[in-house]
Design a protein around this ligand. Structure first.
Ligand SMILES: CN1c2c(nc(N)[nH]c2=O)NC[C@@H]1CNc1ccc(C(=O)N[C@@H](CCC(=O)N[C@@H](CCC(=O)N[C@@H](CCC(=O)O)C(=O)O)C(=O)O)C(=O)O)cc1
Ligand SMILES: N[C@@H](CCS)C(=O)O
Ligand SMILES: [Zn+2]
Length: 729
C-alpha cells in the first residue's frame, strides 16, 4: 500500500460552475447554434471562462485547481468523446459533439436524463458490444496546457469508467442481456492509455469522478477497475471522488486498491469504516455543493477530524450552486454560493480538523437559522374511484386519442424583455399584463387553429415553472443572478425556501380564466407540484423535507380548489422531479415515495370528481417509479418517451407517452409520430391513450411548434381513422 501523498493540495473543489457569472457560455452557445457567431467566438468565450475561473480560484486562496471541469455542453458527453464512444449515426455530421447533444436534421440526439438526484441533465452514452473505444485525450490535455500557460498547475477531472458505463445505455441493436458494464475491461484499456498520456504531460494528480459509488451494487466493478488503473506504472496519482451520498460498501472495495486519495462526501456523514482508508489521503467534502447555506465551520472541522482528513473540498462539484452572492441582498449572513464556499474551504484548510467534544452529528452541515411555527397538514383527502371520476368527466366531450400539450408555449424574446422591463420599473403592470394576455391569446388561437383538444394558456407569465410559484408564496426568496446550469445552455435560478410556506393569494387563476374565456374548448389549469417545487429549490435544512413538502402541498391544494371554483375543468399538476428526489440507495426509496405520493395526493385531493386531474413527468426513467406514478392517482399522466424510446407502463388511467422530443430543434414527421402512437396502442387501450409532446414547448420557436404540432394532430387523426377503418392500418 502507498503512504499518504502529502503533495495533495490542502484545499480544492471537485468542480466549478462553467456557464459564466453572467451566463456568457449560454449566450455564446446560442449565438453559435443560431448562426449569429462562428465557432471561433465560442472557443474564445470558453477560453476566457476557463482562465477567469482558474484566476478567481487562485485569488481566493485555493491551492488545488481542477481542470477539464469546463464543458461546452455536458461532462458525460465529453467523456463519450474522450473514449470515442460516438455512435456511427453522428460520425458524418458536421459537428458530431453538438449533433449528439441536440440532434440535427434526420438524426435524433442522445437521450438526456438527470444526473443522479440533481436538476442537472447529462446525455446518455450508447455503448454496444462493438463500440470501439479509443483514447482521444485532446480536451483534458489542452486544458492542462492552457492553465499552465496562465501559470496554474491543475488536476484534470475525468468521469470515472464505472460511473460512465453504469450511466450509459445499451446501444440500439445490442443483444438481449448485454449491459454497457460488460465492456469495462475494454474501457479500462483506454483509461490506462489516457492516464499515461496525462502522466507524459507531467500531470501529478488526476481526479476520477465516481458518484456511482453512492448507489447500490457497484463494488465489484469498482474494485476491479481501480485495481487495474492504480496497478499501472505510468500514471499520475489518482483521486477517486465519491459524492452525493454515503460511500458505504464501496469504501472497502476502494480500500483494497492502491489509489492514493479518496474524496468523501461528508455532508452525508462519516463512513463507519473510514479507518480502512488509513495510509492514503482522505479529501473531506465538508462544504456542501448542493445547498446554499453557510457552512458551520466547527461541525465541518469535527467531520474532518472524524474522517482523519487534513484536505478540504466541496462535497461535489460546485456546478449545482450559483457563482456568487455579489449583487444579491437576500437572507443576509445565511448564504454561501460557489465563491463564498471556496472561501470557506480555504478557511477550513487553514484551521484544520478539530475533534468535537461529543459525537459528531452526521447530519447536514447547514446553518439555516429560521425556526418553524407551523405543523404541516398531512391529511389526505381521497378522491372517488377512477371509474366514478371518469364518468363525471364525460361531459368534457373529448374525442378518442385527445391531443394536448404540456403547458408552456414558446417564451419569446419579447415576453422575456417585457418581464425584465417590468421588474426594472421601466414599464407598468398594465403594459406587462396586457402583453401576457396577448401572448395567451396567440397560444389559444394557434391551438384552436391546429385542432388541439385540451388547450393550455401557454405559461407566458412564468419565468420558470418553480421560480414563478416561489415568487408568489411566502417563505421563499429569489435571487437576481443565481443561475445554475440545467442542461446545455439552459439555466434556472433555484429559489431559496427558508421559512414556512404560505399562499397569500391565488396565483394562476386570472391567467387560466382569461384563457378559458377565449375558447369553448377546455383549458388546463397549470400548476407545479409540491415535490418538484422543493426539488428545484434550495430548501431549509432545519425541518424534514417531508414536512416542508407538505406545507407546499397545502399551498398547491388551495390553488387547485380556487381554479376549480373559477370553472377550470382540467387541472395539471406537474411532478417532473418525482423521480429526481428518489434516494440513491434502494433501502431509502419506499419511505420517500410514500410521503412524495402523499404530498401530491394532498395537493390534488381537494378536486371534485368532475375535475380532470393531469400530471406530467419528464427527464427521467418513469419505469423506475411507475408504481408511485400510478399511486398519484391522476386521471391522466403524460410522461417522456420520445427521446428515451423506453416502453411506457400500462396504467389503469389516461396516459400520454410523449410523441415529440421538444428538447431538440428537430421536427418529428407525421409518419414517425404515427408509428409511436401505433406502438403505444400495443400497451394502452385507445380509450385511455392521450397524444402530447414530451414536455413543455417554452424552449422552441413558434415556427417549430406550429410545424411539429401540425404533424402531431395529423398523426392522431390518422391513427383515429385507422382505428375506425382497420383496412387502412
Ligand atoms: C422543465 N425543466 C425545468 C427544470 N427546473 C426548473 N427550475 N424549471 C424547469 O422548467 N428542470 C428540468 C427541466 C429543465 N429544463 C429547462 C428548460 C428550459 C430552461 C430555460 O429556458 N431557462 C431559461 C431561463 C428562464 C428564466 O428564468 N427566464 C427569466 C429571465 C429571462 C432572461 O434570461 N432575461 C435576459 C434578458 C431578457 C431578454 O431580453 O431576453 C437576461 O437576463 O439576459 C424570465 O423569463 O424572466 C434560460 O434561458 O436558460 C431551463 C430548464
Ligand atoms: N408545464 C411545464 C412542465 C415542464 S416539466 C411546461 O410545459 O413547461
Ligand atoms: Zn416536462
Amino acid at each position: 500500500m502507498r503512504s499518504v501523498s502529502d503533495d495533495f493540495p490542502v484545499s480544492t473543489v471537485l468542480g466549478y460552475p462553467r456557464i459564466g457569472p453572467d451566463r456568457e457560455l449560454k449566450h455564446a452557445l446560442e449565438a453559435y447554434w443560431d448562426g449569429r457567431a462562428g465557432r471561433d467566438h465560442l472557443e474564445r468565450v470558453g477560453r476566457r471562462l476557463r482562465a477567469d475561473t482558474w484566476r478567481r480560484l487562485a485569488e481566493l486562496g485555493l491551492d488545488g485547481l481542477p481542470s477539464n471541469t469546463f464543458s461546452f455542453y455536458d461532462q458525460v458527453l465529453d467523456t463519450a468523446m474522450l473514449v470515442d464512444a460516438v455512435p456511427d449515426r453522428y460520425r458524418e455530421c458536421a459537428d458530431p459533439y453538438f449533433a449528439m447533444a441536440r440532434g440535427v436534421d434526420g438524426v435524433a440526439p442522445l437521450r438526456m436524463t438527470k444526473w443522479f438526484d440533481t436538476n442537472y441533465h447529462y446525455l446518455v452514452p450508447e455503448i454496444g458490444p462493438r463500440t470501439r473505444f479509443r483514447a482521444v485525450a485532446d480536451k483534458p490535455l489542452a486544458e492542462v496546457r492552457e492553465a499552465r500557460e496562465l501559470g496554474h498547475e491543475t488536476r484534470p477531472v475525468l468521469v470515472g469508467p464505472v460511473t460512465f458505463l453504469r450511466l450509459a445505455q445499451a446501444a440500439p441493436g445490442s443483444p438481449d442481456g448485454f449491459t454497457p458494464v460488460d465492456r469495462l475491461d475494454d474501457l479500462l484499456d483506454v483509461y490506462v492509455r489516457l492516464l499515461s498520456l496525462l502522466a507524459a504531460e507531467g500531470v501529478g494528480w488526476v481526479q476520477l469522478d465516481e458518484p456511482i459509488l453512492v448507489t447500490d451494487g457497484g463494488s465489484p466493478a469498482v474494485r476491479h477497475a481501480y485495481r487495474r488503473l492504480a496497478g499501472h506504472p505510468r500514471r499520475p496519482k489518482l483521486l477517486v471522488a465519491s459524492y452525493f451520498g454515503d460511500i458505504a460498501d464501496a469504501l472497502p472495495a476502494l480500500a483494497v486498491t492502491s489509489v492514493e486519495a479518496v474524496a468523501l462526501d461528508l455532508t452525508h456523514g462519516v463512513p463507519e469504516d473510514v479507518e480502512l482508508l488509513r495510509g492514503r489521503t482522505v479529501v473531506a467534502g465538508v462544504v456542501s455543493g448542493r445547498e446554499v447555506w453557510r457552512t458551520d465551520l466547527d461541525r465541518a472541522r469535527a467531520l474532518m477530524a472524524a474522517a482523519g482528513a487534513t484536505r478540504v473540498s466541496s462535497s461535489c462539484s460546485l456546478l449545482h450552486v450559483p457563482y456568487s452572492l455579489r449583487g444579491e441582498d437576500i437572507l443576509p449572513g445565511r448564504l454561501a454560493f460557489a465563491e463564498e464556499k471556496v472561501a470557506e474551504i480555504v478557511a477550513l484548510a487553514a484551521l484544520g480538523p478539530k475533534a468535537a467534544p461529543g459525537a459528531v452529528d452526521t447530519g447536514g452541515t447547514a446553518v439555516t437559522g429560521a425556526g418553524s411555527r407551523r405543523r404541516p397538514d398531512t391529511g389526505v383527502t381521497e378522491r372517488s374511484a377512477y371509474a366514478v371520476r371518469a364518468a363525471a368527466q364525460r361531459d368534457l366531450n373529448l374525442p378518442t386519442l385527445p391531443v394536448t400539450t404540456i403547458g408552456s408555449f414558446p417564451q419569446t424574446a419579447e415576453v422575456r424583455a417585457a418581464r425584465q422591463a417590468f421588474a426594472a420599473g421601466r414599464s407598468s403592470r398594465e403594459e406587462y399584463e396586457s402583453l401576457i394576455e396577448r401572448e395567451i391569446g396567440r397560444a389559444v388561437a394557434l391551438q384552436e387553429r391546429l385542432g388541439i383538444d385540451v388547450l393550455v394558456h401557454g405559461e407566458p407569465e412564468r419565468n420558470d415553472m418553480v421560480q414563478y410559484f416561489a415568487e408568489h408564496l411566502d417563505g421563499f426568496a429569489v435571487t437576481r443572478n443565481g443561475w445554475v446550469q440545467s442542461y446545455g445552455s439552459r439555466c434556472t435560478r433555484p429559489p431559496i425556501l427558508h421559512g414556512d410556506v404560505r399562499r397569500p393569494a391565488p396565483i394562476t387563476v386570472r391567467w387560466a380564466t382569461y384563457a378559458q374565456s377565449l375558447t369553448g374548448r377546455p383549458v388546463k389549469g397549470m400548476l407545479t407540484g409540491p415535490v418538484t417545487i422543493v426539488a428545484w429549490s434550495f430548501v431549509r435544512a432545519d425541518r424534514p423535507l417531508r414536512d416542508v413538502t407538505m406545507q407546499v402541498a397545502d399551498a398547491v391544494r388551495e390553488e387547485v380548489r380556487d381554479l376549480e371554483a373559477a370553472g377550470i375543468r382540467v387541472i395539471q399538476v406537474d411532478e417532473p422531479a418525482l423521480r429526481e428526489l428518489l434516494p440513491l440507495r434502494k433501502g431509502d426509496q419506499d419511505e420517500y415515495l410514500a410521503w412524495a405520493v402523499a404530498a401530491y395526493r394532498h395537493a390534488t385531493g381537494g378536486a371534485g370528481d368532475a375535475t380532470q386531474i393531469h400530471t406530467h413527468l419528464c427527464y427521467s426513467n418513469a419505469a423506475d417509479v411507475s408504481a408511485a406514478i400510478d399511486a398519484l392517482d391522476a386521471d391522466v399522466t403524460s410522461i417522456e418517451s420520445a427521446r428515451s424510446g423506453t416502453g411506457v407502463p400500462g396504467f389503469g388511467r389516461g396516459l400520454g407517452p410523449g410523441v415529440y422530443d421538444i428538447h431538440s430543434p428537430r421536427i418529428p414527421s407525421r409518419a414517425e409520430i404515427t408509428a409511436r402512437l401505433q406502438r403505444a396502442l400495443r400497451t394502452i387501450p385507445a380509450e385511455r391513450l392521450w397524444v402530447n409532446p414530451d414536455c413543455g414547448l417554452k424552449t422552441r420557436t413558434y415556427e417549430q411548434v406550429e410545424e411539429a404540432l401540425t404533424n402531431v394532430v395529423a398523426a392522431a387523426g390518422a391513427v383515429r381513422a385507422s382505428m375506425e377503418d382497420p383496412g387502412h392500418r
